[in-house]
Design a protein around this ligand. Structure first.
Ligand SMILES: *Cc1c(COP(=O)(O)O)cnc(C)c1O
Length: 817
């Protein structure tokens, strides 16, 4: 690792570059320029530095001769780049001084950057942490994603209801960190037919697309922490090939002439806003193929330029598929190898089957992608033929393993039979990959046991675990400078590159002076969040309260409504039980609901209405407040997470694959209240049972209850606190003059059958919160627990996740530059 950027850095020259961009790129005078223009000019000047290192990395002969990973993901939730890149480049302080001398505070300028929200939630954020960790450890990597014109929608509330508006994240001036790479553009086909022709006595096939578009790459620089390595996150934008049809133009039909332009612009216009839910629309499949085809073509361009023979592809390139979204890359690579590079089917298959690896992110049936055969047939006719052939050879393996078992063939087939035949993308991925991984130990066990048991029998070594992680650079060093400084003061700063070192903090868990410093930093972070809430929402909150935080996509399985029931129970007890006493609490929510997800939006509405009433109820609002922070995104998470005392990870056991919000908050010293789900299980192993609040049914308990026939009314009538809390949802307590407005949530929990078992887990959840309340009254004991959380979660660095991928799946070597 080197710190060359730091050594190379020339402050005077940098200041001149900023001023040059201010005047020549953004056409503003130094005297009158807006803070936004200063931010843009600064970021452009910085991106010149990283562009240089990006090219150097790209042209490094040792990297060309090493094995690389191609990380294919439809989502990269990178968040703001400027602050993080400054930390990686090791010039945060120098830039801060330089900008100060130009009359601007760096932290104010950083606030001018709008997050590139090119992802929905955990899956996209994971891809971003993984890019950071690949670069930090100098594993040759190219990230491939899509350059959406509009990222995830912006969220606001009108009378408590979610409103969505488009997120033009680049701004009118363009995003200063990205660089266009027009020399690397690709041409991508759609529709058309398959031609059969003779070639030296052999019958060959070739796809003749009916439409072409251009894939234009934009590179975002992923700067290796304290290294000169900069890898590209290459985002493809769809453009029309010809600006317009000259023929139509000459015929005088100006609007018709623009049609291809309008169609092509559509493909990468907007990110689909669904998290853990797939709705098969044509445009989505077009996005997926566009992304896969451009990425495969770019990978082969690099590979062939380096002069390696095709049959050695798996020795030099591996392709990680982030969920099934890029699954169509498998038949695409087959098509290119067989139809365009003239390999035999068997040669091509032996290459493909050693090149792809697939990460499964969910067991939820509604999230498992299938595409109708007729749609693929129309849009990608040659790929459909290839999928049939892959399936044909696969089913013969199934017949060999289980002779005469038609049930097995039907269950495992890539094609699902029925009125409308469907292609199961997960099956395609398992068949076409050399490794399949789950994202936490429990999740992987369930993938083997419940989702793919036959695949696991057929291919015993294929399914493996890689527990997720988060980058300690963004999620501790950058977002929590106070705690970072305290940690480095005690144990040095190697933890930033090797988070496992943070375990050395454990010896200070009982040190009163350290406890005081640690709690003071937490209080400062809580004050920063309180100030944000006052400035943006006009609500006053006290840092004496417990800050209880649930921030993640709104989903029934994540059970924000269980959290809400607990809040209602506190409200009920404060009003009706004179003996009841509680440590003041502020409940924070932040969550976007997919625009088409009705119940999720009703839950948001209920939280907002309940918050409004409670926050204004003088009888309780010194003890209880509820804050819904709108427009959850990475830059908001960076403010909330360092301020959290309690981390809510309360999904129904077996439903959350891993979670990464749980890791970020434990690292920043929040105590988890959580179920035995996803990575919570491993967090408990690391921090110890006394430093986490586990409640509710585990997977076996959930299975047993469902098998026996779950009836939410049994719990409703048996638990007076639960019944009283739920009854608050009826009537007009929170919607004066408009009775029954929160009824949808109430009904989902009773007549709706409560599919995620909120009522079954309610009493155990309430008890866990009582234990948290009691513990908080003992501040020394609390300090000990929170310090031990920070000290115990070194395992959850994404650097370790990436090393697991490297050692168990990718088998590649770092190239230290
Ligand atoms: C970490 C993160 C997530 C994932 O949160 P989970 O609690 O694991 O679902 C989602 N969105 C943003 C902005 C994040 O930073």
């Amino acid at each position: 690792m080197k710190l060359n950027q730091q050594k190379k850095f020339d402050k005077a020259q940098f200041k001149n570059n900023v001023k040059r961009h201010l005047t020549s790129t953004y056409v503003q005078t130094v005297e009158k320029a807006s803070p936004r223009a200063w931010y843009l000019a600064m970021a452009r000047a910085l991106s010149e530095l990283t562009a240089f290192d990006l090219l150097e990395t790209e042209n490094d002969i040792r990297i060309k001769n090493s094995k690389s990973v191609n990380y294919l993901s439809l989502e990269f939730l990178v968040g703001r780049l400027t602050g993080n890149n400054l930390i990686s480049m090791g010039i945060y302080t120098q830039i801060s001084e330089a900008m100060e001398e130009l009359g601007h505070s760096l932290s104010d300028l950083l606030e001018q950057e709008r997050d590139p929200s090119l992802g929905n939630g955990g899956l996209g954020r994971l891809a971003a942490c993984f890019m950071d960790s690949c670069a930090a450890q100098e594993y040759p990597t190219v990230g491939y994603g899509l350059h959406y014109e509009y990222g995830l929608f912006k969220q606001s509330f009108i009378d408590g209801q979610q409103q969505e508006s488009p997120d033009a994240w680049q701004g009118v001036e363009g995003y200063p960190w990205e660089i266009a790479r027009p020399q690397l553009a690709q041409q991508i086909g759609f529709y058309g037919q398959v031609d059969i022709y003779q070639d030296q006595g052999r019958e060959r096939r070739r796809w003749v697309p009916g439409m072409f578009v251009k894939a234009m790459p934009w590179d975002l620089p992923i700067v290796g922490y304290q290294s000169e390595t900069v890898y590209p996150l290459r985002l493809w934008e769809c453009q029309a090939i010809a600006p317009f049809s000259l023929e139509s133009f000459n015929n005088g039909d100006y609007f018709d002439a623009q049609k291809s332009l309008i169609d092509a612009g559509n493909i990468t216009k907007v990110l689909y806003p669904n998290d853990n839910h797939e709705k098969g629309k044509t445009l989505r499949l077009m996005q997926q193929y566009f992304h896969s085809a451009a990425s495969i073509a770019d990978m082969l361009r690099r590979y062939e330029a380096a002069g390696h023979p095709l049959r050695l592809l798996p020795d030099y390139e591996t392709i990680q598929l982030n969920d099934t979204h890029p699954a169509i890359a498998i038949p695409e690579l087959m098509r290119v190898l067989v139809d365009e590079r003239d390999l035999s089917w068997d040669e091509a298959w032996s290459i493909c089957a050693k090149t792809f690896a697939y990460t499964n992110h969910t067991l939820l049936p509604e999230a498992l992608e299938t595409w109708s055969e007729s749609l693929i047939q129309r849009l990608l006719p040659r790929h459909m033929e290839i999928i049939y052939r892959i399936n044909y050879q696969f089913l013969s393996e199934v017949r060999q393993k289980w002779p005469g078992d038609v049930g097995k063939q039907q269950k495992l087939s890539i094609i699902e039979e029925g009125v409308h035949r469907m292609v199961r993308m997960a099956n395609l991925c398992v068949v076409g990959s050399y490794a399949v991984n789950g994202v936490a130990a429990l999740h992987t066990a369930l993938v083997k046991k419940d989702l793919f048991p036959e695949f696991d029998a057929l291919y015993p070594e294929r399914i493996r675990n890689v527990t997720n992680g988060v980058t300690p650079r963004r999620w501790l060093k950058f977002c929590n400078p106070g705690l970072s400084a305290l940690i480095s003061d005690k144990i040095g700063d190697e933890w930033t590159g090797e988070l496992e070192q943070i375990s050395q903090l454990a010896v200070y868990a009982d040190d009163p002076a350290f406890q005081q410093s640690y709690l003071a930093i937490k209080r400062g972070n809580k004050q920063r969040l309180a100030d944000w809430v006052m400035a943006h929402l006009g609500i006053e909150i006290s840092t004496d309260a417990i800050f209880d935080v649930q921030i993640k996509r709104l989903h029934e399985y994540k059970r924000q409504h269980l959290n809400l029931l607990h809040i209602l129970s506190l409200y009920h007890r404060l009003l009706h039980d004179p003996e009841f006493d509680m440590v003041p609490r502020v409940f924070f929510f932040a969550a976007k609901a997919a625009p088409g997800y009705y119940l999720a939006k009703e839950i948001i509405y209920a939280i907002n209405k309940i918050a409004q009433t409670i926050n204004n109820d003088e009888r309780v609002n010194q003890q209880l407040k509820v804050i819904f922070i709108p427009d959850y995104r990475v830059s908001m998470a960076e403010i909330i997470i360092p301020a959290a005392d309690v981390s809510e990870q309360i999904s129904t056991a077996g439903k959350e694959a891993s979670g990464t919000g749980n890791m970020k908050m434990a690292l920043n010293g929040a105590l988890t209240v959580g179920t035995m789900d996803g990575a919570n299980v491993e967090i408990r192993e690391e921090v110890g049972d006394e430093n986490i609040y586990i409640f509710g049914l585990d997977v076996a308990g959930v299975t047993a209850l469902k098998a026996q026939g779950y009836n939410p009314f049994d719990y409703y009538y048996a638990d007076p606190l639960l019944k009283s809390s739920m009854e608050l949802l009826m009537g007009e307590t929170f919607t004066p003059g408009q009775p029954d407005k929160l009824r949808v949530v109430y009904d989902s929990l009773l007549d709706g059958g409560d599919p995620y078992l909120c009522l079954a887990d309610f009493s155990s959840y309430v008890k866990a919160h009582e234990a948290i309340d009691a513990q908080y009254r003992d501040q020394q004991g609390w300090a000990r627990k929170t310090i031990l959380n920070t000290a115990s979660v070194g395992k959850f660095t994404s650097d370790r996740s990436i090393r697991d991928y490297v050692e168990n799946i990718w088998h590649l070597k770092a190239v230290h530059r």
